[in-house]
Design a protein around this ligand. Structure first.
Ligand code: RP5
Length: 169
């Protein structure tokens, strides 16, 4: 199976992006991680993007804050699917990064998750890889079932508490 390339504009993005690697670890999917910036190290970013497909990656996840051009810049250099994660950095708390990441011109798509959406970026990468991997698809279906079971349990627990609170008043 192809693996996931995770790029982030700064090491300050890592505490958020650890939530992405945690998901990939949970599903036993291989990945690599780099700090590289569209602005500060444009040559390295371009090289990583251009070589990603031949290096065995199937999806690229790019996290960046402020005037976040990393995901778009990487997408310009590859035909691999690129997932953008706007980081909640700076005075605009990620609103700037969200717009910069999501508003790509026609021809160069970036699948953008919410501000700080590292976990969803990981899950979306897994879902992309699962299109051609039945074992991973089965694991994702199990994950969906366990999420649903958790919500049902929370519902019955909360309703029990709420009912006993009402009968006591
Ligand atoms: C972006 O600027 C990075 O992705 C980070 O979110 C933000 C701040 O970077 P640092 O100044 O912390 O390196 O390029």
């Amino acid at each position: 199976m192809r693996s996931v390339l995770i790029l982030m504009g700064s090491d300050s993005d890592w505490p958020t992006m650890e939530k992405c690697t945690a998901v990939l670890d949970e599903f036993d999917v291989d990945y690599d991680v780099h700090v590289c910036s569209a602005h500060r190290t444009p040559d390295i970013a371009g090289r990583l993007a251009r070589n990603a497909r031949k290096n065995g990656f199937g999806v690229i996840i790019c996290a960046a804050g402020l005037a976040a051009h990393l995901a778009g810049n990487i997408a310009a250099h590859t035909i691999l699917p690129v997932i953008g994660v706007p980081m909640a950095a700076g005075p605009l708390a990620g609103q700037d990064a969200l717009l910069a990441t999501v508003q790509m011109p026609p021809g160069v798509p970036v699948a953008t998750v919410g501000i700080g959406g590292a976990k969803n970026a990981g899950l979306l990468a897994l879902q992309i890889l699962a299109v051609s991997n039945d074992k991973l698809a089965t694991k994702l279906l199990e994950f969906k079932k366990s999420m649903s079971a958790k919500v049902k349990k929370a519902d019955s627990q909360l309703r029990r508490k709420w009912r006993s609170g009402r009968s006591g008043s």
